[in-house]
Design a protein around this ligand. Structure first.
Ligand SMILES: NC(=O)CC[C@H](N)C(=O)O
Length: 370
């Protein structure tokens, strides 16, 4: 195995904090919003999840790269993170099915990162101070230069990013025995969400961000799926317009993460930026309908306003987060529409919540037989 040489690298946070470490991936400079993921496994799925577009990921797991990479573990066609921060970055990998090292994978994709950082200290800092922008460089360690470059990194607040990661053109996913036709509004959809739909007999037509309800409706779908995606949901307004029409026409719909935030907004419920988001595979959520709890996979930095949900006569809270009571799921009273803030497709993560895809299919069945 070819071992790549490392060089000094530096991480500069928006609040002036500086961490020194070693380079990983491509030698270069990169900026984005720092966020931390508390999962122990699943780095390739995380790095290719389009919802991470524009973000620098810190992994709290201390050892990254040790099981290499393989093509089946991608959630989209490319690496989406802007950069990686970790403690130990392993250039050696050991797994029978792995096809290459994470180092080569990053180099090929031009991804810059930094390792040999005290990630415990860094995560505590970000946890206490809240989400902020940062810059990583292995080209220069001159903090002054980097601080001035950091000023040009856009704030995640008010940033529309779905248009950057959505499919450029609509495409179809066929299944052998089509039970239902589902129109997917792609705000940055993860592959495993689509797999969960097709494996349940849903033929999907995936539409780009900005597609109107009328354009999707022409295909004659049985229901709609509104996907996850990066950026600030408050400015993902084109999707809100489509969902308002889906609701007005009483068409079945299911939304995940960004899709959940869009369904909330279509009901007049605003979103807000969290102090720190939820990112990892171990977030406890309670289903208020069944009383059962589930361990969920999460990746979001915004959430829906709990007061506005409570005061909305048309919306019911179906799931809450057991760590901080944030709203994790809603359904619309007397309409076939529901959504969750977390990721039932997991990937990576436990499969406790896959039942939500079954509920969607049951809903499609019920509506079709009406
Ligand atoms: N995974 C997602 O869909 C994330 C939604 C949104 N970008 C957020 O951070 O809250």
């Amino acid at each position: 195995m070819k071992i790549h040489t490392t060089t000094d690298a530096v991480l500069v946070l928006e609040d002036g904090t500086v961490f020194h470490g070693k380079s990983l991936g491509k030698i270069g400079t990169t900026g984005g919003e720092v966020c931390f993921n508390t999962g122990m496994t699943g780095y390739q799925e995380i790095f290719t999840d389009p919802s991470y577009y524009g973000q620098i990921v810190i992994t709290t797991v201390s050892h990254v790269g040790n099981y290499g990479v393989q093509p089946e573990e991608v959630e989209s066609g490319q690496i989406q993170i802007k950069g990686l921060v970790c403690k130990e970055f392993s250039q050696h990998f050991s797994r029978k099915t792995a096809e290459g090292s994470l180092q080569e994978y990053f180099e090929k994709a031009g991804i810059v990162g930094i390792c040999e950082i005290d990630t415990r200290e860094l995560v505590r800092h970000v946890r206490d101070k809240g989400a902020m922008n940062a810059i990583i460089s292995s080209e220069t360690t001159d903090v002054e230069t980097l601080t001035s470059q950091l000023a040009a990194v856009p704030s995640m607040h008010g940033l529309e990013l779905s248009s950057k990661v959505t499919t450029p053109q609509q495409y179809d996913l066929h299944v052998n025995d089509t039970r239902f036709k589902v129109a997917v509004l792609d705000l940055g959809v993860k592959r495993n969400i689509l797999n969960n739909l097709t494996s349940r007999g849903c033929e999907c037509r995936v539409f780009p961000y900005g597609t109107t309800f009328e354009e999707m409706e022409q295909w004659g779908p049985d229901g709609y799926f509104i996907s996850n995606g990066p950026g600030d949901p408050a400015v993902t307004t084109e999707a809100v317009k489509s969902v308002e029409k889906i609701l007005a026409e009483e068409k079945p719909m299911f939304g995940i993460c960004m899709g959940h935030q869009i369904l909330a907004q279509a009901n007049g419920i605003p979103t807000y930026k969290m102090h720190n988001g939820h990112r990892g595979l171990n977030h406890p959520v309670k289903n208020l309908i069944t009383g059962r709890s589930e361990i969920t996979s999460q990746n979001h930095g915004f959430a829906v306003d709990p007061e506005a949900v409570k005061n909305n006569p048309n919306v019911e809270v179906t799931h809450i987060n057991l760590n901080d009571n944030t709203v994790e799921g809603i359904r619309i009273k007397n309409k076939p529409a529901f959504s969750v803030q977390y990721h039932p497709e997991s990937s990576p993560g436990p499969h406790d919540s896959e039942y939500l895809f079954d509920l969607f299919v049951e809903m499609l069945e019920k509506e079709k037989n009406k």
